[in-house]
Design a protein around this ligand. Structure first.
Ligand SMILES: *[C@@H]1O[C@H](CO)[C@@H](O)[C@H](O)[C@H]1NC(C)=O
Ligand SMILES: *[C@@H]1O[C@H](CO)[C@@H](O)[C@H](O)[C@H]1NC(C)=O
Ligand SMILES: *[C@@H]1O[C@H](CO)[C@@H](O)[C@H](O)[C@H]1NC(C)=O
Ligand SMILES: *[C@@H]1O[C@H](CO)[C@@H](O)[C@H](O)[C@H]1NC(C)=O
Ligand SMILES: *[C@@H]1O[C@H](CO)[C@@H](O)[C@H](O)[C@H]1NC(C)=O
Length: 188
């Protein structure tokens, strides 16, 4: 899988970001969801890409805005029930090609999954509402209940808060090092 992503990074190197509509860029910032008063350290953090290999990053969150990454929406040809398109959540990390928010389905039987920011442009399934960035892992199947259970931020393996996605069909208590958050766009 890593190999595929590295190859696609090279294939994408020819995609000039200048030709992409990035007119409405935003940073993504955490908003602590209600009822977690003792988790204030996870509120107001900025989404950052933490390098893990060629073309690969884990999604982490910093309190300072210094490394906050610039996101933009790239509409897909799949339509939400409200008529708006689902989009690819892309980022301009300053290079020649886009980066793609991607929920890594590492284990079907785990209650949450890590989130990557890899070179690429087509994970799809994202939409915005007043609670910020939302996800649908199977957007083409309108009949299926959306299994997205929200965003989770945890002190984890990079020594800084890290982003995860929860599946809605598990109802475990969060570990003490994790909090439920919204990811709100802060337009640039
Ligand atoms: C670019 O995106 C902005 C904001 O989403 C939109 O208003 C504008 O029409 C788009 N421009 C083009 C050329 O698609
Ligand atoms: C921003 O936060 C990160 C993670 O906590 C830290 O490594 C970095 O030094 C901070 N940068 C500044 C300019 O404060
Ligand atoms: C929708 O876009 C995908 C690539 O993202 C493409 O493979 C597919 O053919 C497109 N479908 C239509 C109906 O345009
Ligand atoms: C955004 O989507 C359009 C098709 O809707 C595609 O042509 C374009 O390459 C995409 N941009 C990126 C950066 O993937
Ligand atoms: C936003 O979408 C989520 C689904 O991802 C839904 O649970 C939530 O109720 C929506 N929020 C609002 C304010 O509509």
């Amino acid at each position: 899988m890593h190999l595929n992503i590295i190859i696609s990074a090279f294939a994408l190197a020819g995609t000039a970001l200048a030709s992409i509509n990035t007119t409405r860029e935003y940073h993504l910032r955490t908003q602590l969801r209600p009822g977690q008063g003792n988790k204030k350290q996870f509120d107001g953090l900025w989404l950052v890409a933490s390098h893990t290999g060629a073309g690969l990053n884990d999604a982490v969150l910093y309190a300072n805005k210094t490394y906050a990454i610039k996101g933009f929406e790239n509409a897909t040809n799949i339509t939400q029930p409200n008529g708006q398109p689902y989009f690819n959540q892309l980022f301009d990390l300053g290079g020649d090609f886009p980066w793609d928010l991607y929920v890594a389905d590492v284990n079907f039987y785990s209650a949450w999954e890590p989130v990557r920011i890899n070179a690429g442009s087509g994970a799809g399934g994202f939409f915005m509402n007043s609670s910020g960035l939302q996800f649908n892992e199977n957007p083409t199947n309108a009949a299926e209940t959306n299994a997205f259970g929200g965003w989770l931020v945890c002190d984890w393996w990079h020594g800084v808060p890290q982003l995860f996605m929860k599946w809605s069909y598990y109802h475990y208590d969060n570990p003490s090092s994790c909090a439920d958050i919204n990811l709100l766009p802060v337009y640039i």
